[in-house]
Write a new protein. Structure first.
Ligand SMILES: NC(=O)c1ccc[n+]([C@@H]2O[C@H](COP(=O)([O-])OP(=O)(O)OC[C@H]3O[C@@H](n4cnc5c(N)ncnc54)[C@H](O)[C@@H]3O)[C@@H](O)[C@H]2O)c1
Length: 253
């Protein structure tokens, strides 16, 4: 039997691959045999990810791009296909978090959260789907427990992640009669750099913030990356239209 997430000879595009979960996903997929186009705004992070991919004996294409700019999304897909000649998996992992009182949220923050967390996965999927239909590939979207529960001071983030969960299900239904598979994961809290953006507004109510405290603890980035790699690979053939919560029961009750 091969590797449970065997990606030998396959090509993946991973956004948010300059750190955190995206970096772990890119390296996990490389370990499983894939060549990877890694996309992020963080140049030093991409260099590190590329090094780790090459250490696995796979090829890395560094694609430095701001995915909040719409035209950069199809360009990332085009660069991947130009370099590697195919695309088997699109992993939409890049994300941003902005906390605020809703009545004070700057429109620039609202627009950025929507652009990176929701519009970019749509535009990347739009450009990738013709290639993924050819390769019988997969899309994996990184949502959040915020897609499933209202979180105080996180209206934009919750709305963007719930939107991404529904985008996943709607596209899964649309491509139901094709071999393309489209799924999402909803991580609970993980230790990554996005934690630095978890800055509640002045005067935030600790009781409201405490309502989604992870009593069993945080989720390991490596565990989440293994799940994304599994969903990106043919090994997960039974999954289509799933939004999988890996959150140690934070959303269970
Ligand atoms: N860490 C958590 O607790 C947690 C929980 C639930 C969901 N998530 C989601 O998991 C995903 C990965 O986040 P993470 O925890 O690894 O955080 P992270 O901040 O380490 O990684 C996010 C990556 O996205 C990149 N990015 C942000 N804006 C971008 C843009 N405009 N263009 C290109 N790249 C951009 C960042 O540079 C960063 O490398 C995100 O979608 C996040 O919302 C994280």
């Amino acid at each position: 039997m091969g590797h449970p997430s065997d990606m030998t000879g396959k090509v993946a595009l991973v956004t948010g691959a300059g750190g955190g979960l995206g970096q772990a996903v890119a390296v996990t997929l490389a370990r499983a045999g894939a060549d990877i186009c890694i996309v992020d705004v963080k140049e030093d992070g991409l260099d590190e990810t590329a090094k780790r991919i090459k250490d696995c004996g796979r090829k890395a294409l560094i694609h430095l791009a701001d995915l909040s700019v719409a035209d950069n999304c199809p360009a990332a897909v085009a660069a991947t296909v130009k370099a590697f000649g195919r695309l088997d998996a699109l992993c939409n992992v890049a994300g941003v978090l902005k906390l605020a009182n809703s009545h004070e949220m700057p429109m620039t923050d609202w627009n950025l959260v929507m652009a990176v967390n929701l519009t970019a996965p749509f535009l990347l999927s739009k450009a990738a789907i013709p290639h993924l239909l050819d390769s019988e590939g997969a899309i994996v979207n990184a949502t959040s427990i915020a897609a499933h529960m209202g979180q105080a001071y996180a209206a934009a983030y919750c709305a963007s992640k719930a939107g991404l969960a529904q985008l996943t299900k709607a596209m899964a239904m649309e491509y139901l009669k094709t071999p393309l598979r489209i799924n999402a994961i909803s991580p609970g809290g993980m230790v990554t750099e996005i934690g630095a953006s978890f800055v509640p507004p002045a005067g935030a109510d600790p009781e409201l913030l405490g309502r989604y405290r992870p009593i069993r603890g945080l989720v390991e980035v490596a565990d989440m990356a293994n799940m994304v790699a599994y969903l990106a690979s043919p090994a997960s053939a039974g999954f289509h239209g799933a939004v999988i919560q890996m959150d140690k029961a934070v959303t269970a009750g």
